[in-house]
Design a protein around this ligand. Structure first.
Ligand code: BTN
Length: 241
């Protein structure tokens, strides 16, 4: 596996996409100590100061249909959740689809970007951000926390990356043969705090509350609305509160 380390980049996802376009091989990992323009989901920014977090993007080139790409984000979220639990002993949980939350606040987010033509994937960039040793967050991020703030000690970023990669490598091998969550759904559900809760689904200008019922093997969420109607929520376009 090739690992490319940078002190500062705009965004490891942008760097990884550029490398992938130039032919970087599957498994190439881009890591930065700091991002000057870290990107979050839904067009948001991602706070990425120097020295405190894991800002990394993995280049993948699975031979699967593009429609199955979003499942990978859930696989990665599960692996990072388990890695955090193993290394820190903290009670890390998953907020569907792939936020990792400790004591109700977010410690990790994942942004997956894909380039595909017709029925073929050129590459997928799996971007993962973990707040590891931050001692404080800007006021505008009241729902963010770090592993250090929750565990009251610093953690080694390299140990977390290693624990994640070991898990992800195994699960990714299965995923390439069958790009569903079949093999990992029970592990995912064991850590998922969204199930059974009343959540607010926000999609564009629309929003509604519903009860989170079940996660499908495609990684989608089945909810029951207040009128008793079941709806299938796709992970890409929504914000869940
Ligand atoms: C989210 O909004 O929850 C997703 C955050 C993803 C942040 C990571 S940090 C490494 C990679 N590079 C980016 O610009 N974003 C992702």
């Amino acid at each position: 596996q090739v690992i490319k380390y940078y002190e500062v980049v705009d965004s490891t996802n942008e760097k990884a996409k550029a490398l992938a376009r130039e032919g970087a091989s599957e498994g190439t990992l881009v890591i930065a100590d700091q991002q000057s323009a870290g990107k979050g989901r839904l067009g948001r920014n991602w706070n990425s100061p120097a020295g405190t977090g894991i800002w990394m993007s993995l280049i993948l080139k699975p031979e699967i249909l593009p429609q199955y790409a979003s499942q990978l984000t859930l696989v990665a979220g599960l692996c990072m959740c388990e890695a955090i639990r193993e290394v820190t002993g903290l009670d890390a949980t998953i907020k569907w689809p792939n936020d990792i939350v400790v004591n109700g606040k977010k410690v990790c987010g994942i942004l997956t970007e894909m380039s595909a033509e017709m029925e073929r994937i050129n590459y997928i960039v799996l971007g993962i951000g973990v707040n590891v040793n931050h001692k404080a967050f800007p006021e505008e991020l009241p729902f963010a926390t770090s592993l250090a703030l929750e565990g009251k000690q610093d953690y080694e970023r390299a140990s977390l990356i290693k624990a994640f990669l070991e898990r992800f490598e195994k699960d990714y091998k299965h995923y390439k043969v069958d790009p569903h969550l079949t093999a990992i759904l029970s592990r995912y559900e064991a850590h998922c705090i969204t199930l059974g809760k009343t959540v607010k689904i926000i999609s564009g200008n629309e929003s509604f509350t519903a009860e989170a019922k079940e996660i499908t093997i495609d990684g989608n969420l089945i909810v029951k609305t207040e009128t008793g109607e079941e709806k299938l929520i796709h992970s890409g376009e929504v914000s869940v509160r």
